[in-house]
Design a protein around this ligand. Structure first.
Ligand code: 6PG
Length: 453
């Protein structure tokens, strides 16, 4: 019998997705391009072809090929190898974390030969891929129609039973949505790290206390998977010493690029994403941490209560998500994608790293074309976030995403603007012009000569 889908790349994610597909009665044939013995062992029970040609031969038409290879050059290399052996109507799905512009280029190139290309963002790590990932698809409607009967059954299901799979527009749109998922992921992870730092260094709390704090938020609106992961990491014992593992992990954060790509895309789209950017910068800065000796930190005489910490986290987390949705909204408008923002929130409700109760709220709150997701009631936590920033400054704890989120929220306020000075400066030295509050039009000041340097 012919196979329904070929899976190229049986690494951690590829093998887990293949098994998930097999569990849902999809006939799979795998191929491991680098002949990696670990991957082949991992493939185990997955039927494997010895060559690309054999895999392609064993696939029913049109052939559906899921590539789970490392993003970047390996994807192009594999496409170049496979393309001459495919026929019009065959579909290549890239399920890696590819850059959305690469997906656009690949789709355009492949379409010349009548091949269909789909960029598929897959979230949830190995467990998600194995038992239910969230999937963000981009590609021609024709290709999505053909493969969704294979992907819908393996997707995570939200509480209302709907599968966490959706189609967000042409080929680059799926990877674009996944890129913003990751940027928000970076933001939330950094927020949790900052609260850990504040509780540990200024509050004098132990790992177990901080784990309890996070565990207490687990099912609250702003809890969710990353909060649970953080509690679990803080409770883990080291298997080589008698210490907690967290205290043995070198404090240098890694990153593979999706967060950084999201910031670049946001800048290109003219969007303000201070919290998302601060999270990327914070990771980069960890490479230089320890290069200076500073006084402090100072323990706080009056540490924040768990309620204050939760309130501050809640507002900062919402600010981070709002920035992500702003970028998605701007991309939909600027690239003319039919990218449905409420559908993004729905897809993120289960399976992915961002999953948690907040996504249920956002699925109801997010609107297409509406540029903010705050509700007036969210600002009840503003006093907690302000208080947290004051405490962090007083005790010398670096909290870049909490700070950026507070400044973002304060920047949305209309009653304490400062851009009038920017406009005055621009006009005073460069005659750039400004608008007035009391009259329409563009004006110039009759600036007195600037004295001094
Ligand atoms: C997921 C994750 C995953 C992602 C890394 C980010 O949704 O399953 O977002 O796909 O690539 O978590 O990795 P770095 O922190 O190494 O950049």
């Amino acid at each position: 019998m012919m196979a329904d889908m070929g899976v190229i790349g049986l690494g951690v994610m590829g093998a887990a997705l293949a098994r998930n597909l097999i569990d849902h009665d999809t006939k799979i044939i795998g191929f491991e391009p680098v002949g990696d013995t670990t991957a082949l062992k991992r493939a185990g029970d997955i039927p494997m072809a010895d060559s690309l040609g054999e895999m392609l031969h064993d696939l029913s038409r049109p052939r559906v090929i899921l590539m789970m290879v490392t993003a970047g050059a390996p994807v192009d290399a594999m496409i170049n190898q496979i393309q001459p052996q495919l026929a019009p109507g065959d579909i290549i799905i890239d399920g890696g974390n590819s850059h959305f512009l690469d997906s656009q280029r690949r789709a355009e190139n492949l379409s010349i030969g009548g091949l269909l290309f789909m960029g598929l963002g897959v979230s949830g790590g190995e467990a998600g891929a194995r038992f239910g990932p969230a999937m963000m698809a981009g590609g021609a409607a024709e290709a999505v129609q053909l493969i969704q009967s294979l992907l819908l059954p393996i997707a995570a299901k939200s509480a209302d039973g709907s599968p966490c799979f959706d189609h967000f527009g042409p080929a680059p749109a799926g990877h674009f949505v996944k890129m913003l998922h990751n940027a928000i992921e970076y933001g939330e992870m950094q927020l949790l790290a900052e609260i850990y730092g504040l509780a540990k260094y200024a509050g004098g709390q132990g790992n177990g206390d901080i784990a309890d704090l996070f565990a207490g938020w687990s099912t609250a609106t702003y809890g969710g998977y990353l909060v649970d992961v953080s509690a679990g990491v803080l409770r883990q014992a080291d298997d080589q010493t008698d210490r907690d593992l967290i205290d043995q992990i070198a404090p240098i954060a890694g990153q593979k690029g999706t967060g950084r790509w999201a910031i670049t895309a946001a800048l290109d789209l003219g969007q303000a994403v201070p919290s998302l950017a601060a999270a990327v910068f914070a990771r980069s800065l960890t490479a230089r941490a320890g290069s200076q000796t500073l006084p402090g930190p100072v323990g706080l005489a009056d540490p924040l209560t768990p309620e204050q910490l939760y309130g501050a986290f809640a507002l900062a987390k919402l600010a981070t998500y709002e920035q992500g949705f702003q970028v998605l909204n701007a991309a939909a408008e600027s690239y003319d994608w039919p990218l449905d923002l409420p559908a993004v929130a729905r897809v993120w409700r289960a399976g992915c790293i961002l999953r948690g109760p907040l996504l249920e709220t956002l699925a109801r709150r997010v609107k297409n074309g509406v540029t903010q997701i705050f509700d007036a009631s969210d600002f009840k936590d503003l006093s907690h976030l302000r208080r947290l920033l004051a405490s962090a400054s007083a005790s010398g704890i670096s909290v870049p995403v909490l700070a950026a989120s507070l400044s973002y929220v304060e920047g949305l306020s209309s009653d304490r603007p400062t851009a009038q000075l920017i406009q005055g400066q621009r006009d005073a030295f460069g005659a750039h012009g400004f608008e007035r509050r009391d009259q329409a039009g563009v004006f110039h000041g009759q600036w007195s000569p600037i004295e001094g340097a």
